[in-house]
Design a protein around this ligand. Structure first.
Ligand code: C2O
Ligand code: CU
Ligand code: CU
Length: 489
């Protein structure tokens, strides 16, 4: 859906991509870049056995090798990214979590449809430094298979802790993985994350302006590696599961000379593959695509194309609109994120024709409107607002009924993009500025650009309790762009 928006402009970007020698150096002065092969261990995989995914997880400060640089980061079990968790529908997840940071933290299971209460996906839990808490929940037996992730979610500290390195994949394996063509494909995970380090390898504290824009870093990594290489065999099908685990950075991806065949969005499978040239991923979003090894053997770059998400500056006392990125870095040329290299060949694998049907939700009982923008608050400076209010833990902003189907109209009257994310229940994009979505997909995060009205449809299924919705530019969330929702019987 967001992806298709760019199809019309693909030729412009394609030519820009092939003409531009993509030599932008990502390296900052004063540090030497050593081979990106000399790396920390890849994220370990923890898969469930006999219906239980049990593990110990610890958040701590660690020295890690990040793209050849000694970096002092926040890590889960010492790994950047954190361990990859894999479970199946119906499994019980039991995660003994220890906070070895000097700040409180907690865990959120982004995109999972599990209870937001108790010791489950409860973002109101606070785990003080030095303490341990056991998270435990059951993944419903009809839970969609898909690419989800986990990260800290303690209001006020989310951006800082995620930017510091705390994020990992949470995979639910199920019916999508059983489709023969997909099962035959070679699977790769791409967790996209940016960092900004000082000369000593420490994470740079953002300026107030960078926080308002949403902090970004110039060191862009995939699975903790800088410009990694992936191999693709002639005739092979490659399945890429891509997660934008960055605090604020958007990615507009294109693989030279190769279209992407979209097979899944945030919340799981589409009903059939959709061919796209580019993928726009805002913070929090995921996508799964197939790539065919059908080109001349060689090397093909995975490019990140420029994208203007708007911004603000206080220059001249006024607020600037799109194009002005106060306190942030503006990318003007395509950057290479990874290289895909052809290896030997295999028997030619076909694309799947059908995937998993995506349910059509009934007409909504209720339509709500959420206006998102920012403003000045006395004594607080810039605040980020939903319906004129900044987040308060003492307030329930939205009360909904279990099993209700609702449409939410998200209206952006500000100057920057805001990727709106809702916990627990995913949704479908109905329309963008009145234009119907070209296909149905389950999402949990959707970009709303300035001047846009985005209409989404959701059903509050299975779970009651309090949870949140917020902008997934996590600095905006920490600066107040979050609301509490209560689902009741
Ligand atoms: Cu990925 Cu409320 O967050
Ligand atoms: Cu979430
Ligand atoms: Cu925002």
């Amino acid at each position: 859906m967001d992806k298709l928006k760019f199809n019309r402009r693909q030729f412009f970007f394609l030519s820009a991509a092939s003409a531009g020698a993509v030599l932008l150096s990502q390296q900052q002065s004063g540090r030497t870049q050593i081979s990106s092969d000399n790396q920390i261990a890849l994220a370990q995989v923890h898969a469930s056995t006999d219906g239980v995914l049990a593990l110990d997880l610890e958040a701590s400060y660690r020295t890690v090798n990040l793209g050849g640089i000694q970096a002092y980061l926040l890590a889960y079990n010492g790994q950047i990214p954190g361990p990859r968790l894999e479970a199946k529908p119906g499994d019980t997840v039991r995660l003994r979590f220890t906070n070895s940071l000097t700040q409180p933290t907690n865990l959120h299971y982004h995109g999972l449809h599990v209870t937001p209460t108790g010791n489950a996906d409860n973002v109101f839990l606070v785990i003080p430094p030095g303490e341990t808490l056991t998270y435990e929940f059951t993944i419903p037996s009809n839970h969609p298979s898909g690419t989800f992730w986990y990260h800290p979610h303690l209001h006020g500290l989310v951006a800082e802790q995620l930017f510091g390195g705390l994020a990992g994949l949470f995979i639910v394996r199920g019916e999508l993985d059983e489709i023969p063509e997909i099962k035959a494909a070679k699977e790769e995970f791409l967790l996209l994350k940016d960092f900004e380090l000082d000369r000593n390898g420490r994470i740079i504290q953002p300026s107030p302006m960078a926080r308002m824009t949403g902090r970004e870093g110039r060191l862009v990594t995939i699975n903790g590696r800088v410009k990694p290489t992936f191999s693709i065999a002639t005739g092979d099908l490659l399945r890429l599961r891509i997660v934008n685990a960055s605090t604020s950075r958007f990615y507009r991806l294109e693989l030279e000379n190769h279209p992407f065949y979209l097979i899944a969005s945030d919340g799981g499978a589409l009903s059939e593959p959709v061919e796209v040239r580019q993928l726009l991923l805002s913070p929090g979003e995921r996508t799964e695509v197939l790539v065919r090894g059908e080109r001349e053997p060689g090397q093909y770059r995975l490019l990140n194309l420029p994208y203007d998400r708007g911004g603000m500056g206080m220059m001249g006392g006024g607020m600037m609109g799109r194009g002005m990125r106060g306190g942030s870095f503006t990318q003007r040329n395509p950057e290479t994120l990874a290289t895909f290299t052809y290896s030997n060949s295999t028997a030619s694998l076909p694309l799947p024709q059908q995937l998993i049907p995506v349910e059509e939700l009934p007409e909504p009982e209720t339509v709500r409107r959420f206006q998102i923008n920012h403003g000045m608050a006395p004594g607080m400076g810039m605040v980020f607002l939903i319906n004129g209010q900044t987040y308060s833990s003492n307030r329930i902003d939205t009360r909904v009924r279990l099993n209700a189907v609702e449409d939410w109209e998200l209206v952006n009257t500000g100057v920057m993009d805001h990727p709106l994310h809702i916990h627990v229940n995913n949704f479908q994009l109905v329309s963008r500025n009145g234009r119907a979505s070209p296909y149905r997909a389950w999402k949990d995060t959707v970009v709303v650009s300035p001047g846009e009205t985005v209409r989404i449809r959701t059903r509050f299924a299975d779970f009651t309790g309090k949870t949140v919705y917020h902008c997934h530019i996590l600095d905006h969330e920490d600066l107040g762009m979050m609301g509490t929702m209560e689902i009741t019987n």
